[in-house]
Each structure stands twice: as C-alpha cells, then as structure tokens.
Design a protein around this ligand. Structure first.
Ligand code: UTP
Length: 289
C-alpha cells in the first residue's frame, strides 16, 4: 500500500544574500507578504493539503522562526485583556498543534541537498514533502498530493519559464505525458545558457522517497560547489520513478526582490479590505511614472 505523506521538510538555513541588507538580522522567511511572514503562508498551504508535521532545517540567526511557531503568552494575555478576541483566535488558528513542528540545524550552508539530508532522522523511513519556503505557490501542495496518489514514486512541481532564464534553475526533461503530469527522463541543475533540455524549472515543491537520504549522505558536490538536491534526485531516478507536475497557478519567488514585491501586490489585491484602495494607489503611481 502507498504510504501517506505526513511530513514536510522546510529548509530555512540559506543565507538570503539576494535580499541584503533586509536579511542581515531577519531571516528572509520572516519577511512579510501583506501581514503574514512568508513561512506562515507556506505552512498554511501545506496544512490545507493535510501535512501534519513540519520539519524546519534552520541555521544561525533563524531562531525567530521557532518563536513564530510557538505560543506567545504575554501577547495572548494582552489581546484577551483588551477584548481583541478575533486577533487572539486568528493567532491560535495559525499555529500547528504541539508536537507538529520539529527544528534541526544545518550547521553549515552546504546546499539544499545537504539541508534536506539534515532532516533524515526526523523524517525516518517514509515518503515526505520538501517545501522551499521562499517560493509562494498557493494550492500547489494539494495538487502535489493528488499527483502522488495517482503515480506514487517521486513528484516534482515544475513551471515554465522563458528560455533565457533556464540557467538559473534546476531543469527537467519531459517524457511520457499524462495531462497535468509527466514522466521525468532527466534533470540538471543550473545548465549553462543554451543547453537546457526544456523550459520546465523545478519550482520548490517535491515529494520524495526516503531512499534519497542514503544518496545525499555521500555529500557529492555539484553546481556552485554545493550539495545539490537535483543531483541526488537524478541519482535516485536511476532506480525509482520521478514525475513532473505542472503547477496550475503562479509561483512568487520571495527570495528575489522583484518576486517579493509582486507577491505583496498580488496577495494584497486578493484582500477584500485592501483591494480597492491598493488598486487606486497602484494606478496613481503608474500614472505618475
Ligand atoms: P536559495 O539559493 O534560494 O536560498 O536556496 P539562499 O541561499 O538563502 O538565498 P540567496 O541565493 O543567497 O539569496 C533555496 C532554499 O534552500 C535553502 C534556502 O533557505 C532556501 O529555502 N537552503 C539553501 C538551505 O537551507 N541550506 C543551504 O545550504 C542552501
């Protein structure tokens, strides 16, 4: 029988150098999109899909993420004393239950593959999700779990980009197609310009079988001298099936300045209390420019 996906690994140990100086003392995962930290948006998305346990792979300077997913007693008491019951209830609703979060440290930022490997003891011997918390793609975990129920094996969410962008990402090759999903026949991390096998980028959501850990254990270095998850998955694909899933939605890369700004506008425009005023402000700014 196919094992259910219960756990998600969220690697948050990266340095966020693209977003300095904002990320000097504040982890990029705690930057806010409208009024929620990016990482809260991602946890919301995964809880909606039925994920029960969140494993954060953190690093130095990231302790505030752990505090964010804890009860804040003084704040709770103050909200109640002041009659702000809605705000109090909203905070409670956002919080995974006791025991549903785990934190482990990646002591050195040796790459995404290494960060995932750091979660091996907590994941154990079951398939699991990997969610890159700086990529916002609402509804993607629901789609990922549906694809997993159809195919089993390993699943990677992909999105199409312009051909001149492919050198910045992990890229998959496309085999047999089944509507929204397809067999992956190859993978490459950050291919040199003009050599990418397709325009489909690996976009930050994965379902992986636990055999990936023994491959990552070897610590082989890839692009940029880092232990790359893509290289580990490529190795695993020699013995297991990998499927791509076309994510039907838009991903915002909040680790880049442009992606972060656009995410704030897009999520802001979806808020009924902000929509009209924000639209007017944007239109006024565009007229001025
Ligand atoms: P990125 O390359 O987007 O993150 O890694 P970064 O290194 O934080 O950002 P820049 O490029 O310097 O601006 C993708 C994901 O992998 C995690 C990051 O936290 C991010 O979620 N990561 C990356 C780790 O946890 N450890 C690493 O060693 C590298």
């Amino acid at each position: 029988m196919m094992k259910r996906i219960r756990k998600a690994v969220l690697p948050v140990a990266g340095l966020g150098t693209r977003f300095l100086p904002a990320t000097k003392a504040v982890p990029k995962e705690m930057l806010t999109v409208v009024d929620r930290p990016v990482v809260q948006h991602v946890v919301d998305e995964a809880r909606e899909a039925g994920i029960e346990h969140f494993i954060f792979v953190t690093g130095r300077g990231k302790a505030v993420i752990e505090d964010h997913f804890d009860i804040a007693y003084e704040l709770d008491r103050t909200l109640q004393e002041r009659g702000k019951h809605d705000a109090y209830e909203a905070l409670k609703k956002d919080l995974p239950a006791a025991g549903q979060t785990s934190f482990t440290r990646q002591q050195e930022p040796l790459g995404l593959g290494h960060a995932v490997w750091c979660a091996r003891e907590i994941v154990g011997d079951e398939p699991f999700a990997v969610i890159l918390p700086d990529m916002l793609s609402r509804g993607s975990m629901v789609q990922m779990l549906a694809a997993y129920e159809t195919h089993g094996g390993n699943i990677i969410a992909v999105e199409e980009v312009a051909p001149d962008q492919t050198h910045q990402y992990g890229i998959v090759s496309v085999g047999q197609e089944y509507g929204d999903t397809f067999e992956i026949t190859g993978m490459v991390e950050k291919p040199p310009k003009g050599t990418a096998p397709s325009n489909y980028i690996i976009s930050g959501r994965y379902i992986l079988q636990p055999e990936i850990f023994s491959i990552l254990e070897r610590g082989e270095r890839g692009a940029g001298g880092e232990i790359q998850l893509t290289d580990g998955m490529k190795r695993l694909s020699e013995t297991q099936k990998f499927y791509g899933m076309h994510y039907r939605g838009k991903t915002y890369d909040t680790g880049s300045k442009l992606g972060f700004l656009v995410a704030n506008l897009a999520y802001g425009l979806e808020r009924p209390e902000l929509r009209d005023a924000l639209r007017q402000e944007i239109e006024a700014l565009l007229k001025k420019g």
